[in-house]
Design a protein around this ligand. Structure first.
Ligand code: NAD
Length: 494
C-alpha cells in the first residue's frame, strides 16, 4: 500500500475533509505508486484560507530581514537534501536526474535571492510640490494569495511564487499540480523545518476542482497561476469579473533561428537541448527551428542523426538523456499532434511513435520526433505540443526568420545563433518574446532576471527577478507634511 499524504493546514498535516485520495504514479514505471494524495474539497480550501487569514497580521508585521533568514535556512536545507529531493522528483515526474537536480537548485537560488530582498524591498523617496512636505513610496502586502502551479518544475515554480509572496508579507494557499504533489510536499516540509510560523503557507492537494475552488474563493485576494492557456483564460476571466489581482504564466511555442554565419555545432547542440530537454515539456522548449537556406540540408541531416541517438530511459538511470512524458493523456495528446502533422502534409524524419524497448514497457516514453516539409499554417507549428516534437524550417534571410519566428500567438522565449553582431542586435530588438538568447538555446532562465512572456504567454507580469515583487505587493504613496498648516496640492501658489 502506497504512503498516504495529507494537506498541511495551520502548521499541521491534516486529513482531507473530502476523504478522497488520488494515486501519484511514476511516469517511467506505472507499477510504482509514489503516494496517495488528497483530492481536497471546498471545506479543505476554506480551512486553508482561514489559517492563512489568521496568520496574516503577525506575518505582515514580522520584520522582512527575519523573513529572509527563514528563507536562507530553507535554501540551506534544500542544499543538504538536494540529492534526495532530486531523486524523488525524477521518480514522480520523469525528467532525468541532472535536470531534477537543476530544478532543486533553482529553488535554492530563489530562496537565497529572495532572502536578500528582505534587506532591500526598497521604495523611493522623492520631492514634493509643497514646502516642508516629504514624499515616498513603499510596498505593502496584498493578503491571502492562492498559488497554483504546473508539474514540469515541481520545486522551482512553487519557489518562484512562494518566496516572493512571503517576503512581501502575504500568506499563502498553495496547490501543486496533481502529477507532482510529493515534491511540493517536501518543499513545504522544508519551509516548516526552516521555521516558518503556522498558517503562513497552507498546502492543499488536488486537481482542477481544487484549483477552481481556490480561484473562486472570495477571500483569496490574489491568484498566481502557471499552466496552460486554456486554464489561464478561465483564471483571468474570473479574476477580471471579481477584480481579484492575478498573474498568469502560460504556454510557449518558442523558436530558434540559425543563421548561415553561426557556429553550426553550437547551434545544433542548442537546438537539440532546447527541443528534447525535459522531454520537450518546458514552457521555454524549442519547438520551431528556422534555419537559413544555405545551411538547411546539412543542419537537418545532423539534427536527425543526433535526435536518433538520444538515449530514452528512466531518469534515475545514469545514462538516460530523456525521460518519459508526464502521463498517458499527455502521451496521447503528443501523438495526436504528430498524426495531425502528417495528415496536414508534414514529413516525419524520425520518431513519431511511442518508444518501446528494454525498460520502457511500463512508462509513457515517446521517441524524439523531427518534422520537415512544414508550412506555417500547420497545427504543429501553431499549437503548443509540450513533448519531444520539433519542426525544422528553412528561411531566406534574417528578416524572413524574424517574421516567421514572430508569427505565433505566444511570446515566451526565443533564440538566435549567429556570428554577426548586427543580426544579433536586430534579433534582440525585434523578436517578440519575454526572453531572447544569443548563441544559446531557448531554455536556461536564471532566477535574478524577470521571467515571463508577451502575447498569449502571460498577462504582463514577470516572475523571478525583482519584478516578482510587483506581483505580490501593492505600491503605497506616502506624504508627510511637517509644515504645520494645510497645504493644498495644485492650488496653493506660495
Ligand atoms: P494545467 O493548466 O493543466 O494545470 C496547471 C495547474 O492548474 C495545475 O495545478 C492544475 O491542477 C490547475 N488547474 C487545472 N484546471 C484548473 C481550473 N479550472 N482552475 C484552477 N486550477 C486549475 O497545466 P499543466 O499541464 O500542469 O502544465 C503545462 C502548461 O504549463 C504548459 O502549457 C506550459 O507551457 C505551461 N507552463 C508555463 C510556464 C511559464 O512560466 N510560462 C512554466 C511552466 C509551464
Amino acid at each position: 500500500m502506497a504512503k498516504q499524504y495529507y494537506n498541511f493546514l495551520n502548521g499541521k498535516w491534516t486529513r482531507p475533509h473530502s476523504k478522497v485520495y488520488f494515486d501519484n504514479i511514476n511516469p517511467a514505471d506505472t507499477s510504482d505508486v509514489v503516494g496517495r494524495f488528497p483530492e481536497s474539497d471546498g471545506e479543505d480550501v476554506e480551512k486553508a484560507v482561514r489559517a492563512a487569514e489568521a496568520a496574516y497580521d503577525a506575518w505582515r508585521l514580522f520584520p522582512a530581514p527575519k523573513k529572509g533568514e527563514i528563507m536562507m535556512r530553507a535554501g540551506q536545507l534544500m542544499m543538504k537534501n538536494k540529492e534526495k529531493l532530486a531523486r524523488l522528483m525524477t521518480r514522480e515526474m520523469g525528467k532525468v536526474l541532472a535536470e531534477t537536480r537543476g530544478d532543486v537548485q533553482e529553488a535554492i537560488d530563489m530562496a537565497f535571492y529572495v532572502a536578500g530582498e528582505g534587506r532591500r524591498l526598497t521604495g523611493e523617496t522623492t520631492t514634493s510640490e509643497r514646502k516642508n512636505k516629504f514624499a515616498m513610496t513603499m510596498r505593502i502586502p496584498i493578503g491571502v494569495c492562492g498559488l497554483i502551479t504546473p508539474w514540469n518544475f515541481p520545486m522551482a515554480i512553487p519557489s518562484w511564487k512562494i518566496f516572493p509572496a512571503l517576503i512581501c508579507g502575504n500568506t499563502v494557499v498553495f496547490k501543486p499540480a496533481e502529477d507532482t504533489p510529493a515534491s511540493a510536499c517536501e518543499f513545504v516540509k522544508i519551509l516548516t523545518e526552516a521555521g516558518l510560523p503556522n498558517g503562513v503557507v497552507n498546502f492543499v492537494c488536488g486537481g482542477p476542482n481544487t484549483g477552481e475552488l481556490i480561484v473562486r474563493h472570495p477571500r483569496i485576494k490574489l491568484i498566481s497561476f502557471t499552466g496552460s492557456c486554456e486554464v489561464g483564460r478561465f483564471v483571468g476571466e474570473h479574476c477580471g469579473r471579481t477584480l481579484k489581482r492575478c498573474s498568469l504564466e502560460m504556454g510557449g511555442k518558442n523558436a530558434q533561428i540559425v543563421m548561415a554565419d553561426a557556429n553550426m555545432d553550437l547551434a545544433l547542440e542548442g537546438a537539440l537541448w532546447g527541443a528534447f530537454g525535459t522531454t520537450g515539456q518546458r514552457c521555454t522548449a524549442t519547438s520551431r527551428v528556422y534555419i537559413q537556406r544555405k545551411v538547411f540540408p546539412s543542419f537537418v541531416r545532423s539534427f536527425i542523426r543526433q535526435a536518433k541517438k538520444v538515449r530514452i530511459g528512466n531518469g534515475l538511470k545514469p545514462n538516460a538523456q530523456m525521460g518519459p512524458l508526464i502521463n498517458a493523456a499527455q502521451r496521447e495528446r503528443v501523438h495526436n499532434y504528430v498524426v495531425r502533422g502528417v495528415k496536414e502534409g508534414a514529413k516525419v524524419e524520425c520518431g513519431g511513435k511511442f518508444a518501446r524497448g528494454a525498460g520502457l514497457g511500463k512508462g509513457f516514453f515517446y521517441q524524439p520526433t523531427v518534422f520537415t516539409n512544414v508550412k506555417p499554417i500547420m497545427t504543429i507549428v501553431r499549437e503548443e505540443i509540450f513533448g519531444p516534437v520539433v519542426c525544422l524550417m528553412s528561411i531566406k534571410d534574417l528578416e524572413d526568420g524574424l517574421r516567421q519566428a514572430n508569427d505565433t500567438a505566444y511570446g515566451l522565449s526565443s533564440a538566435i545563433y549567429t556570428g554577426n553582431v548586427n543580426s544579433a542586435m536586430k534579433a534582440i530588438r525585434d523578436l517578440e518574446a519575454g526572453i531572447t538568447y544569443i548563441n544559446g538555446p531557448t531554455i536556461g532562465a536564471e532566477v535574478h532576471l524577470p521571467f515571463g512572456g508577451v502575447k498569449n504567454t502571460g498577462n504582463g507580469h514577470r516572475e523571478a527577478g525583482r519584478t516578482a515583487l510587483d506581483i505580490f505587493s501593492e505600491w503605497k504613496s506616502v506624504f508627510v507634511d511637517f509644515s504645520g498648516r494645510l497645504q493644498k496640492a495644485q492650488i496653493d501658489t506660495d
